[in-house]
Design a protein around this ligand. Structure first.
Ligand SMILES: NC(=O)C1=CN([C@@H]2O[C@H](COP(=O)(O)OP(=O)(O)OC[C@H]3O[C@@H](n4cnc5c(N)ncnc54)[C@H](OP(=O)(O)O)[C@@H]3O)[C@@H](O)[C@H]2O)C=CC1
Ligand SMILES: O=C(O)CCC(=O)C(=O)O
Length: 479
C-alpha cells in the first residue's frame, strides 16, 4: 500500500496547512509511486521551529546519560526495522538493497556511538595565572539546529547530523531531501516510538527553496548543518552568516585515485570500481579521476575494463544487481550532460556512456573515459554519476600535481607499496580524507569527516569532531 508521510511537529504527526502532498517516485520502476509527502509552507515551518524552541530548555537540562538513553532506545527500535527502512530507501533513490541495509546498520551504530558520548568529557581544566582561581571550559548546546540533508545517504546523513545535535543538548528541525522524504519519515517513526520529549526532534518536508531556505533564514534557528550541492550550500552559509547563526556545510568532491607503478594491481582495480560505481557514483566521496603511472597503465586499463564489463546493472531490490539506477531523472540528465561533454571535448570513451533499461528506470552504464587534458569538464566538475576520467601519467609527482588541480578537496586515495610515496601523498594531497591502499569512498563514524577547498565549510562532522559544531565553548573562571 502506498503511504503518505506527515510532518512530525511537537511530538505529533501533522499534515501541512497547504493541504498538498507531492509524490515520491521509484527511479528503478517508472510506473511505481512509492508514496507521498507533505508540501509544507512557511507557516508550517514557523510552527515547527517554535516547537523546537520551546523544547530546548527542558532537553538541555537533562544529563548526557539521560539523553543518551533515548538514543539507545531509538537504535534498538531501528534495529527491528532494518528491512523496511532499507527497502524504502532503495525504492526511493535506487541504491541496491545490500547498500541500504548496510547504511541502516551504520545509522544504528552512529546512534549508539553518540548515545555513549553523553557520558564523555566536555571540557578541560586550564591552569590560571591566579593561584586562587579555578579555570575550566564547559560546553553548551547551540539551541535549535536546522538539519538539511541530501538523498544520496538518506539514512546515515540525517542520523549523523541529528544524533550529535541531540546528545549535546540541542533540539532539531530536520528537512530531508524531497527525493527521500519517506525514508526519513521511517527514521523519525523510530524517534517517535522512543518517546523523546515533545518538540525535541521535528521533521518537515517540502521544497528546498521554501523549507530549506526558510530554515537557513529563520531567526530562531541557531545552527544549520547541510550536506548537498555547492550552490545551495554557499547560499545557506551566507544566510546563516548574515544573521550570526553557526553553520556547517558538506558539499562536493572530485576525488582522485593515484595508482603507482608498484601498486597491487588487483586491489587498485577493485577499489577503483567500488569507489567509482557503488551507489551509481552518487557519493561526494566517489572516485571520479584515476591517475595511473605509465609502467602499469595498460595492465590497469585492461583489468579495469574487464571487471567493469562484468558489473550487473539492474533492479536495486534484486540480490543479483550490483548497481542500480541514478536517483532521479535530474541526476540521469546531469550524468548524460557530462558524458556528452566528455565526448565533445575530445576524451576517448572506453566503455559505457549510454542510458540503459530506459523503459524501466533512470539507468546508465558504468562509464570510463581515457583523457589527456586535465582541464576538460569531466576532469574538473563533480559528475555525481558512474563516470571515471582515466589518465596515464609519467610519475607519481605528476599524478599528485594533477590530483590537486581541482577546486575540491574531499577525499583521495593512493595505491602503492612504497612507504615514501605514501608519506608524500599524506603530506601533499589537499583533501580532508586521504586513504592509502583503500578506495576513496568509505567513512568511519568515529572519525572526523569533511573536506578542504570548496568541499566544505572547513568544519568536520562525525566522531568527536561533531562536538565542535554542535556546542559552544564557555570558559569559566572561579575565584
Ligand atoms: N555532497 C553531497 O553528498 C551531495 C552533493 N550533491 C550534488 O548536488 C547536485 C544536485 O543535487 P540536489 O539534490 O539538487 O542537491 P541540493 O543541494 O539541491 O539538495 C540538498 C538539500 O538541500 C535542499 N535545498 C534545495 N534548495 C535549497 C535552498 N535554496 N535552500 C536550502 N535548502 C535547499 C534540498 O531540498 P529538496 O530535496 O527539497 O530540493 C535537499 O534537502 C548533485 O548532482 C551533486 O553534484 C547532491 C546531494 C549530496
Ligand atoms: O562515503 C561515505 O560513506 C559518505 C559520503 C557522503 O557523505 C556523501 O556522499 O554525502
Amino acid at each position: 500500500m502506498v503511504s503518505t508521510a506527515l510532518n512530525y511537529v511537537n511530538g505529533t504527526w501533522k499534515a501541512s496547512g497547504s493541504g498538498q502532498t507531492k509524490e515520491s517516485s521509484n527511479p528503478a520502476d517508472l510506473k511505481q509511486e512509492v508514496g507521498f509527502y507533505q508540501n509544507s509552507t512557511a507557516e508550517d515551518l514557523d510552527q515547527t521551529v517554535q516547537a523546537a524552541k520551546e523544547a530546548k530548555k527542558g532537553w538541555s537540562k537533562l544529563t548526557g546519560a539521560e539523553r543518551g538513553a533515548f538514543l539507545y532506545k531509538v537504535a534498538d527500535i531501528m534495529e527491528q526495522r532494518i528491512d523496511d527502512i532499507a527497502t524504502t530507501a532503495s525504492k526511493e533513490m535506487g541504491k541496491t538493497l545490500a547498500e541500504t541495509r548496510g547504511e541502516t546498520n551504520r545509522g544504528i551504530a552512529i546512534l549508539r556511538y553518540y548515545a555513549g558520548e553523553g557520558l564523555r568529557k566536555v571540557g578541560d581544566v586550564i591552569p590560571s595565572t591566579d593561584a586562587d582561581a579555578l579555570m575550566f571550559t564547559t560546553r553548551v548546546p547551540l539551541g535549535v539546529v536546522g538539519v538539511i540533508t541530501p538523498w544520496n545517504f538518506p539514512i546515515a546523513i540525517p542520523i549523523w547530523k541529528t544524533a550529535p545535535a541531540l546528545i549535546y543538548g540541542n533540539t532539531v528541525v530536520l528537512k530531508p531531501a524531497s527525493e527521500t522524504a519517506l525514508t526519513c519519515a521511517k527514521i523519525i517513526e523510530c524517534f517517535d516510538e522512543a518517546d523523546l520529549p515533545k518538540g525535541v526532534i521535528n521533521f518537515i518536508t517540502g521544497s528546498g527553496s521554501v523549507i530549506g531556505q526558510g530554515l537557513a533564514e529563520h531567526p530562531d534557528v541557531n545552527g544549520i548543518t547541510f550536506t548537498g550541492s555547492n550552490s545551495v550550500g554557499k547560499e545557506i552559509g551566507k544566510q546563516a552568516l548574515s544573521r550570526g547563526a553557526k553553520y556547517q556545510l558538506e558539499m562536493g568532491g572530485k576525488n582522485p585515485v593515484i595508482v603507482a607503478k608498484d601498486a597491487d594491481l588487483q586491489l587498485a582495480v577493485d577499489a577503483t570500481i567500488s569507489g567509482a560505481f557503488k551507489s551509481t557514483g552518487q557519493k561526494c566521496t566517489a572516485t571520479s579521476r584515476v591517475f595511473v603511472e605509465a609502467e602499469l597503465y595498460d595492465e590497469f586499463k585492461d583489468l579495469l575494463l574487464k571487471k567493469t564489463a562484468e558489473l550487473k546493472v539492474g533492479d536495486p531490490l534484486s540480490d543479483s544487481s550490483w548497481m542500480g539506477p541514478c536517483a532521479s531523472k535530474a541526476q540521469l540528465d546531469n550524468c548524460m550532460y557530462y558524458i556528452n561533454k566528455g565526448v565533445e571535448e575530445g576524451a576517448t570513451l572506453l566503455t559505457g556512456g549510454n542510458k540503459i533499461l530506459s523503459d524501466e528506470g533512470f539507468y546508465v552504464e558504468p562509464t570510463i573515459f581515457e583523457c589527456e587534458d586535465h582541464s576538460q569538464t569531466i576532469a574538473q566538475e563533480e559528475v555525481f554519476g558512474p563516470v571515471i576520467a582515466l589518465f596515464k601519467t609519467a610519475s607519481i609527482e605528476q599524478s599528485l600535481e594533477l590530483a590537486n588541480d581541482v577546486e575540491f578537496g574531499l577525499s583521495a586515495s593512493i595505491f602503492t607499496t612504497n612507504i615514501s610515496s605514501m608519506l608524500s601523498f599524506i603530506k601533499d594531497m589537499d583533501a580532508g580524507l586521504v586513504r592509502i591502499n583503500a578506495e576513496s569512498a568509505g567513512v568511519e563514524l568515529q572519525a572526523p569527516f569533511g573536506g578542504m577547498k570548496q568541499s566544505s565549510s572547513h568544519s568536520r562532522e562525525q566522531g568527536e569532531a561533531a562536538k565542535e559544531f554542535f556546542t559552544s565553548i564557555k570558559t569559566v573562571f572561579v575565584k
